[in-house]
Design a binder for this molecule. Structure first.
Ligand SMILES: Cc1cc2nc3c(=O)[nH]c(=O)nc-3n(C[C@H](O)[C@H](O)[C@H](O)COP(=O)(O)OP(=O)(O)OC[C@H]3O[C@@H](n4cnc5c(N)ncnc54)[C@H](O)[C@@H]3O)c2cc1C
Length: 497
């Protein structure tokens, strides 16, 4: 008989796991507290403007298309994806700017124009990263990591020795590259999972490296178009969705899943996958006796968490040709501005990520208007306590605008703002149940990574599984999508006759 699966949360991980499991013959219901699916990958549509809510950098495009191809569908029937090149435009506080391409010939030309010998250093970085990436992907990320022997075997140990994870991102890059702008560009983009690059492992330099090795994709219509495509496929395969339904409890009897409870209702199932925030699940949805020792009600709040973000969404009555889709502004006092997110400080001279889909996508710039997201990493609520009231928001907003005006030809931006909106740590806490408003889940420090990250399968409860930014393999849309494939294969193996 077909097994019934309930997925708590319709984030990208819930949707992809649901599709893989439907294809393998399970019945799947997604129970989502909000009206729309997608979780943190969502959309704001107001006053004629459209904004991707959070995620915008589409790494490893093949992972996104594989979800459709793996289940016998042509992704082109659902969405259109293009390759971005340049990948980024990098602006420095001293008015220098640089296009960072994916194409190697273009990198060589652009970097050599900028500084002699720079492209050689950069290629050295890429070739070192290439080996690390394949070792990490094959030996760790693409494995369930639920048994210690997956980590402690000769092959994995040999890989760990080659990967040399102990030196920090900053130290590692300084040994390979001399140019400060390129070092800071790589440090900034290694931070997409929200850990301090001056204190944490250099394995996070794989984030920019993978962007160069696999390219960056862009889905026409923005990231939310991908969520809509997943939802369509999920429903075509017979998946059910319960929207506006907040799960209050995961029901377990005699160490076996029985279903979930919401309001006064019970929904029975053989399997439950918790796609919602892991800390929230541990604190609120599961009885203490069913939790593993490493992450339980007594210690979960004491773990290390990623930083948070402040996002300023601007609707403009002008387009800015100087920007690419992805832009990074590197400010003076770079190290200080980066570390402030881990020291409980809002920086006065911040470095920023600027997302401007309008430059490539007409759906983001109707009638010569355009949509700009500016993201500043800030401390989570445990390090910087604030209600983010109007005055708090205004202060951060003004710091960001002052900084953006430093970009050549953007000094007039304030005159062209016709719509504004914000995302703060409080939004993440209130709307997405993210503990202390963290943006990227449990910190990816080494002792909370790979085997030491929360496992995707419960040791104590038959039928209980987890997949979200805080579990193995970790945060990032492409990483969570990859995790959904590993998880669905694991569940299939556990339940096939
Ligand atoms: C600001 C920001 C920028 C980012 N930028 C990028 C980027 O550029 N590229 C990238 O690859 N990744 C990026 N990420 C990371 C990426 O968004 C996440 O890794 C990914 O969205 C995680 O998906 P998920 O499926 O684990 O969970 P989520 O998106 O967190 O979904 C969980 C779902 O569970 C629901 N839920 C919670 N509690 C309950 C309950 N009790 N009952 C029912 N439903 C519940 C929530 O409403 C939500 O829909 C970014 C993240 C943030 C916050």
């Amino acid at each position: 008989m077909k097994k019934d699966v309930i997925i708590v949360g319709g984030g990208i991980g819930g949707l992809c796991s649901g599709i893989y499991l439907l294809h393998k013959g399970f019945n799947v219901t997604i129970v989502e507290q909000k009206e729309k699916l997608g979780g943190k990958i969502n959309i704001i549509e107001e006053e004629g403007f459209k904004f991707d809510l959070s995620a915008s950098i589409l790494m490893t495009p093949k992972i996104y298309t594989d979800v459709f191809e793996d289940v016998g569908k042509n992704y082109k029937d659902y969405f259109e994806i293009i390759n971005l090149d340049p990948l980024y435009k990098v602006f420095s506080y001293d008015k220098k700017s640089l296009l960072v391409y994916g194409d190697n010939n273009k990198i060589i030309n652009e970097f050599e124009k900028f500084e002699k010998g720079l492209s050689l250093d950069f290629m050295k970085f890429l070739s070192k990263s290439y080996e690390k990436y394949y070792l990490i992907k094959n030996d760790f990320l693409d494995k369930p990591m639920i048994n210690l022997k997956e980590l402690l075997n000769l092959n994995s140990i040999k890989s760990l020795i080659k990967i040399k994870p102990l030196s920090t991102t900053s130290n590692y890059l300084n040994k390979i590259i001399k140019n400060e702008i390129i070092i800071n560009y790589l440090i900034f983009s290694s931070m997409y999972i929200g850990v301090d690059p001056y204190k944490n492992s250099n394995i996070h330099t794989l984030i920019p490296a993978i962007s160069h090795l696999n390219g960056l994709g862009y889905i026409k219509g923005g990231m939310y178009k991908y969520i809509e495509s997943l939802e369509k496929l999920f429903k075509e395969f017979g998946g059910k969705v319960l929207n506006n339904t907040k799960v209050d409890k995961v029901l377990i009897e005699n160490n076996k899943i029985r279903g979930i409870k919401y309001k006064d209702n019970t929904l029975r199932s053989d399997i439950v996958i918790c796609n919602n925030d892991y800390t929230y699940t541990v604190k609120n949805l599961i009885d203490k006796k069913y939790l593993d020792k490493r992450y339980n009600k007594d210690n979960i709040e004491k773990k290390d968490y990623s930083c948070s973000v402040f996002i300023l969404y601007l609707g403009l009555d002008k387009t800015y040709d100087t920007l690419q889709v992805h832009n990074i502004y590197l400010n003076k006092d770079f190290k200080e501005s980066i570390q402030s997110a881990f020291k409980g400080i809002i920086p006065t001279n911040p470095s920023l990520y600027i997302y401007y889909p309008s430059i490539r996508d007409k759906s983001f710039c109707k009638n010569n208007k355009s949509s700009l997201n500016i993201m500043l990493r800030i401390p989570n609520l445990s390090l910087y306590k604030s209600d983010y009231n109007k005055d708090d928001i205004r202060k951060i907003r003004d710091i960001i605008i002052k900084t953006i005006k430093q970009i050549p030809s953007m000094d007039d931006i304030e005159k062209h703002i016709v719509y504004e909106n914000y995302l703060t740590p409080k939004t993440l806490e209130k709307d997405y149940n993210c503990y202390m408003g963290n943006a990227f889940g449990l910190s990816h420090k080494l002792l909370q990574n790979i085997y030491f990250r929360p496992h995707i399968k419960s040791k104590k409860v038959e039928g209980l599984y987890f997949l979200n930014a805080s579990t193995h393999p970790g945060n990032g849309a492409s990483v969570v999508i990859g995790g959904s494939k590993v998880l669905s294969e694991l569940i299939y193996k556990d339940y096939k006759k």
